[in-house]
Design a protein. Structure first.
Length: 272
């Protein structure tokens, strides 16, 4: 994240340098003051590349920059700088939150398991989440998910008792919040029990639901939209901190796995 902050600050500095190349209009000439076209074009390409890789093509940051910053006019460059500064602020907030979590986590016992609270109808999305967790470094036996063989309840065991035991241990609960989840009475009961019994929880919101749809139902300051690039980066760091992983994925490897996850999970929104 620190490297990303450095890159975006450099983009802001470069944008300000482009602004300094503007040439005032000649007397009696009506129009916008323009800046050096070559420098502007280079800056624009670099900014769009950064926003695409770190925020996503569908993010408002990328789409607004793409649509509103098209010519080397000072007014448009200033719009672009405003967007980059907003991204910088967002990244700083994420970094502050991660630092706060890291400080808190130093006093937290290492977690042993992840409990995925979900609707059975969302199996395709849950499978993507399991694969993402395993790619981060979570072992399959550390994941409890009742919908999948090998991750849930062994034959012959009491369903409710097994869930109660899992929630009473040192476990991180992931609430995968979908339309199917909120239509299930079992899921809502499970959510209440999990929230009361577990020490750590992360809500994961799946479109078309948004934060506003579930506001007031569950605290979301620590949650994420499932295809939000920045929040997924924080999610990875959170998992690594809570499970105290020593061997962590390189950022380049994580980027590749994260992009595949987003691409695959977005294909399931309409069928979840």
């Amino acid at each position: 994240m620190t490297a990303q902050l450095d890159k975006i600050q450099k983009l802001i500095d470069n944008g300000n340098s482009v602004l300094k190349t503007h040439k005032p209009n000649a007397p009696n000439v009506i129009g916008f003051a323009t800046c050096n076209l070559e420098l502007f074009t280079t800056w624009k390409i670099q900014a769009l590349s950064f926003l695409k890789n770190n925020c996503g093509l569908s993010s408002p940051y990328y789409t607004e920059f793409f649509s509103k910053v098209s010519t080397p006019h000072m007014s448009q460059i200033n719009i672009g700088l405003g967007i980059l500064k907003a991204v910088l602020e967002d990244f700083n907030e994420t970094l502050d939150y991660s630092a706060s979590n890291q400080s808190t986590n130093s006093n937290i016992k290492e977690l042993k398991k992840i409990f995925i609270s979900h609707a059975t109808k969302d199996k395709v999305i849950i499978e993507e989440i399991i694969e993402l967790l395993e790619s981060i470094g979570v072992e399959s036996e550390q994941i409890f998910c009742s919908s999948f063989e090998g991750y849930g309840i062994p034959l012959g065991e009491n369903f409710l008792e097994k869930i109660r035991k899992e929630l009473s241990s040192d476990v991180l609960v992931l609430f995968v919040l979908t339309e199917n989840f909120y239509e299930s009475k079992v899921c809502l009961c499970e959510m209440g029990a999990a929230w009361a019994l577990s020490k750590q929880h992360i809500p994961i919101v799946v479109p078309p639901l948004s934060y506003s749809d579930i506001q007031g139902v569950i605290p979301l300051t620590q949650g994420l939209i499932i295809n939000d690039i920045t929040k997924l980066n924080s999610f990875k760091e959170r998992i690594e901190e809570l499970f105290k992983f020593k061997n962590k994925l390189s950022f380049s490897t994580w980027e590749r796995k994260r992009e595949r996850f987003i691409r695959d999970v977005e294909t399931h929104f309409s069928v979840s």
